[in-house]
Design a protein around this ligand. Structure first.
Ligand SMILES: Cc1cc2nc3c(=O)[nH]c(=O)nc-3n(C[C@H](O)[C@H](O)[C@H](O)COP(=O)(O)O)c2cc1C
Length: 359
């Protein structure tokens, strides 16, 4: 089972609660977390990307945050083994594929092949407007990203100068060297829609999914086997294999009771009112069902696309059940990252090793 840490490079991490915690969006905090994860033997650290208007989602998740491409890229110089995944909105700017290919090859060399990218197309309406246009239609975004990534991949592989005149990008005599050390960086795509899964099947090594139902573990675990199989089938249809990861929010305590008390305290200090995206409009298929399934308490607890609440045994058991559901890796979020990750390392990792899920 791959183990990843979802870095809180944005204020409030994944939870709008004022309960006291160490979590901050600063580079120093996230750099220390990346080192902590690496020391524990984690495989991946990962940063999300978002452009939020003033005020963000709520008083805690207030929109302050550092850029994923730059922050996670900077970790290349201060880590030595862990895979680093930056999230990039490839359609904003617009980025030119030549920029992206050159910057990616640079980070690939700095990290010695440990840098990869989560390619996203922008599900928040307000982000497209910030860049100066109305939100591009959902499936059309994946067509554009497909062209973008095809050009980038070509530049990473090409031995000669390239001439290209496509629908959205053009270049003449373009060339990128050095080449990435292992052909190309790891490519990830976070999605839940048909168009997104087809895109990921074609381009990605890792597909980052959400629960097709709500964040409650027991409903998610029923729906996941079919969803994961569907993603893997889509890749096989185009002759490829992909790994599937998901991002649980882990509310961990020394005991089950302590974890439940922790969850209650987080909820009691909640400042969220508007649900997952609050007042920020999104057309993401990946989270569409959360509005339908999630209770106000689950929304207040926040997190990624799944919630695991428990003592070390329950957390290990839940991760084992995700593995049985076909999941290849978990990208963990916590409420209070540094101490919760330390507890996970001390108490859950040995249980995962005993179950044969980790070496
Ligand atoms: C687990 C997961 C993580 C994501 N991380 C980001 C992110 O950091 N930034 C972003 O703009 N979108 C992110 N997304 C949103 C997706 O990129 C995508 O825009 C969204 O899911 C809508 O596409 P879909 O309808 O294909 O699911 C994430 C989605 C998932 C499922």
């Amino acid at each position: 089972m791959m183990l990843g840490l979802f870095l809180p490079i944005q204020a409030g991490g994944w939870t709008g609660s004022t309960l006291q915690r160490t979590t901050t969006w600063t580079f120093d905090y996230n750099a220390a977390l990346a080192r902590q994860a690496e020391d524990l033997g984690f495989d991946i650290v990962f940063g999300l990307a978002q452009f939020l208007p003033k005020g963000g989602y709520n008083a805690v998740q207030n929109g302050t945050g550092i850029d994923s491409f730059i922050t996670v890229g900077a970790l290349a110089a201060i880590t030595s083994r862990i895979l680093l995944i930056s999230t990039v909105h490839v359609l904003y700017g617009p980025w030119h594929p030549l920029h992206f290919a050159k910057f990616g090859a640079t980070l690939d060399h700095i990290s010695k092949g440990r840098w990869g990218v989560n390619v996203v197309t922008g599900h928040r309406t307000v982000e497209h407007e910030m860049f100066g246009w109305p939100q591009i239609e959902h499936d059309r975004r994946y067509e554009l990203a497909d062209e973008f990534l095809a050009v980038v991949q070509h530049l990473w592989a090409a031995d000669e100068n390239s001439l290209y005149a496509g629908e959205s990008w053009r270049m003449k005599g373009a060339y990128v060297t050095p080449k990435p050390l292992f052909g190309r960086p790891v490519i990830v795509n976070a999605t839940g829609s048909g168009a997104g899964i087809d895109f990921a099947a074609k381009h990605s090594d890792i597909v980052f999914i959400s629960s097709p139902t709500g964040t409650a573990f027991e409903t998610a675990i029923e729906a996941l086997p079919d969803h994961v199989a569907n993603v893997k089938r889509a890749a096989r249809r185009v002759g490829r294999e992909v790994k599937v990861i998901i991002n649980p929010m882990v509310i961990i305590g020394e005991t089950e009771d302590a974890a439940n008390d922790y969850a209650e305290a987080i909820i009691a200090h909640s400042v969220t009112e508007g649900g997952v995206f609050g007042h920020i409009k999104s057309d993401a298929h990946a989270w569409a069902k959360r509005k339908e399934y999630d209770t106000p308490r689950q929304r207040a607890l926040g997190g990624g696309n799944l919630q695991i609440i428990g003592g070390p045994e329950q957390v290990a058991e839940s991760i084992a059940r995700l593995k049985e559901a076909g999941i290849d890796g978990v990208q963990l979020s916590f409420f209070d990252f540094a101490p919760d990750l330390a507890l996970f390392g001390a108490r859950v990792l040995p249980l995962l090793k005993a179950r044969g899920l980790r070496l």
